[in-house]
Design a protein around this ligand. Structure first.
Ligand code: 5RP
Length: 252
């Protein structure tokens, strides 16, 4: 006999804990279920999108998908897709994309996104904006009430010319939201991070919610020196969220 109390033995097994990377893979594979042979596909960038690209490569290799053309959103994704034998093209040759699949840094209840913490926001916005369907894949940690106000960065791609000047103009513009604007580092020898387009990124850390996102978006884009920002407003058609309790699909 044992004098151990019942508390020592869980009556039901604990839920299987999945790692964040496993959740990302689950969301990515679910999104690839939307892919059909003959499609032109926007291939996203980041640790979640890379699972989708890998899955597309696998299905091509197995002959379960055919005649796919991929449009990569970054040089990194281009390398991965090439290594998997995915035929690639660009927006000049394929100005209309059937389906894009990509991750996001933040998703709000209206399916507005912040993207670009991986630095690929410009190509992502061009390619995903040209897509008939844009499926976003995230683990549940990316779901927020308001994008941009979480003290995590809202990235803005700027031209390198007088980057400190532009960063300061951005900070002034966003001062009302308690903004700190930092030039992203990570380039060679601690220099500025350089995007695939030869530009820099300013990460804006905001203390307050932005309120009218469309108005803020327009104001940022009006600043000379700004190329693009990481708010993807009203662009996602579907968001696939993988969590401990399963997968949720949110449609626009
Ligand atoms: C890159 C992006 C990524 O989609 C975003 O940063 C999410 O990345 P991850 O899937 O690694 O969390 O916008 O520019």
């Amino acid at each position: 006999t044992s004098d151990k109390s019942a508390m020592d033995v869980p009556s039901t097994p604990p839920p299987m804990m999945l790692t964040q990377d496993e959740l990302k893979r689950i969301a990515a594979h679910k999104a690839v279920d939307f892919v059909e042979s003959g499609m032109v596909l926007g291939l996203g960038t980041g640790s979640t999108a890379k699972h989708a690209v890998a899955r597309i490569g696998e299905l091509l290799r197995q002959g379960k998908l055919e005649n796919i053309v991929g449009i990569p959103t970054s040089k990194k994704t281009q390398e991965q897709a090439l290594s998997l034998g995915i035929p690639l093209s660009d927006l000049d040759a394929h100005p209309v994309i059937d389906l894009s699949i990509d991750g996001a840094d933040e998703v709000d209840p209206h399916l507005n996104l912040v993207k670009g913490r991986g630095g690929s926001l410009l190509r992502e916005k061009m390619i995903e904006g040209a897509s008939k369907k844009f499926v976003v894949i995230v683990d549940e940690s990316k779901m927020v009430k308001h994008i941009g106000g979480s003290k995590l960065a809202l990235p803005v791609e700027i031209v390198p010319f007088c980057c400190k000047f532009t960063a300061e103009k951005l900070r002034e513009l966003m001062d009302g939201y308690g903004c700190e604007a930092k030039l992203r580092l990570g380039g060679e020898k601690g220099k500025a991070f350089v995007t695939d387009n030869g530009n820099y990124i300013v990460d804006m850390y905001l203390e307050k919610d932005m309120g009218d996102l469309g108005a803020v978006s327009d104001a940022i884009l009006r600043l000379p020196g700004v190329v693009e920002h990481g708010m993807f407003l009203d662009m996602a058609s579907t968001v696939i969220v993988a969590g401990e309790l399963g997968v949720k699909i949110k449609n626009k």
